[in-house]
Design a protein around this ligand. Structure first.
Ligand code: TXA
Ligand code: MG
Length: 329
């Protein structure tokens, strides 16, 4: 009488969460909502389960995954101690969209860490993710390895439907609504002598630095590489070009408004221009909708996406990072 639920299931459905936890405890995969983007989860302490994530995503096995935990206590099961920087970020931002990289406890989560001596740990705030992890903990699962639930190199999913489009109906997807933040967590490497920002997120550099009580270093040759910070990442199928406001203005003046195959995402272009989708002025609003906007352009079959470069200010850092990677494809 064990009916397997697959496809999209409401995350407020208690029996579905219980079943998802059993699937995970048994070494299977489930997609879960988080406040940043949807994740493709497996139990972090089972290398064979984690291998299914790499296979399903088409992700090279040397690209480490983030392990999701309920809080500091669970984090300690994976870490070889927490540095002061990690402690400060955990105290300030967990649960929330900040991932810390710490030194890994020997022998745990080898596959998730891709064999590295460090491990990325994140404590999501989304109630469905938390309910799922609580059920998992009752079944003896100490944490969930979960990359963004997209095929390798593609745009991260911010809705349950996006995940199903990526992986088909056999995968169980817990629906927790559209992700509130919309871009992936900020990643801070706290495993060395000084904290390094490996991936900017919605929490700004200034907020991170205030909590750390020190400035963040830029990644350099000595920093662990975060391969997800590969240049061409978060890529739509269409070619994305970043343009300055004036470049875009000129381009729109010469382009016939009825041209096919071009989409424009802009804050300052004429709002009634038929090609233009208006970009909000608030960076958080743009972060929230960015990946869905890129997916919608792809679904329309456009070949070219022109995006107006947002201001080069700290509050736009997370969005600018994703746009630059999408444009580098
Ligand atoms: O918001 C998020 O962080 C989402 C949700 C699902 O939690 N997850 C996510 O995971 O974005 P993923 O796998 O798509 O990106 C994780 C990034 C990758 O760039 C990976 O290379 C980096 O974290 N990473 C993981 N472990 C690392 C480590 N030990 N050292 C350096 N980079 C690491
Ligand atoms: Mg990803």
């Amino acid at each position: 009488m064990n009916v397997t639920i697959a496809g999209i299931v409401s995350g407020s459905n208690g029996p579905a969460i219980a079943q998802a936890a059993r699937v995970l405890a048994d070494g299977g995969l489930v997609a879960m909502p988080t406040e940043t983007v949807y994740g493709l989860a497996a139990r972090a302490d089972d290398d064979a389960a984690v291998a299914k994530i790499f296979a399903t995503k088409g992700r090279p096995s040397d690209h480490p995954l983030i392990v999701h935990v309920l809080g500091r206590e669970q984090a300690l099961a994976f870490a070889a101690g927490l540095s002061e920087a990690a402690e400060r970020l955990i105290a300030a931002f967990w649960p929330g969209p900040v991932t810390v990289i710490v030194r890994r406890a020997p022998g745990v989560a080898d596959a998730a860490a891709a064999g590295l001596p460090t491990l990325a740990l994140r404590c999501p705030a989304h109630p469905v993710a938390r309910a799922l992890m609580e059920q998992c903990a009752r079944l003896g699962v100490p944490g969930l390895a979960a990359p963004s639930a997209n095929r390798f190199g593609r745009v991260s999913p911010t809705t349950a439907a996006h995940v199903s489009e990526e992986f088909g109906p056999e995968l169980m997807v817990l629906d927790g609504g559209a992700s509130e933040l919309g871009i992936e967590s900020a990643i801070v490497d706290c495993s060395g002598t000084a904290p390094v920002l490996l991936r900017p997120g919605v929490v700004t550099r200034e907020q991170l630095e205030r909590a750390l009580g020190t400035t963040l270093r830029e990644p350099d040759a000595a920093s662990p590489s975060a391969p997800g910070t590969l240049e061409s990442h978060y890529a739509p199928r269409a070619t994305l070009r970043l343009m300055s406001p004036s470049e875009l203005k000129t381009a729109l003046q010469v382009l016939p408004a009825t041209v096919q195959g071009v989409a424009v995402y802009s804050r300052t272009a004429p709002r009634r221009h038929p090609l233009v989708q208006v970009m909000p002025d608030d960076p958080r609003a743009v972060a929230r909708e960015l990946f869905a906007v890129l997916r919608a352009f792809d679904a329309r079959g456009v070949k070219l996406i022109w995006v107006e470069q947002p201001p080069d200010t700290p509050d736009w850092e997370g969005v600018n990072d994703r746009l630059q990677r999408a444009a580098a494809h």
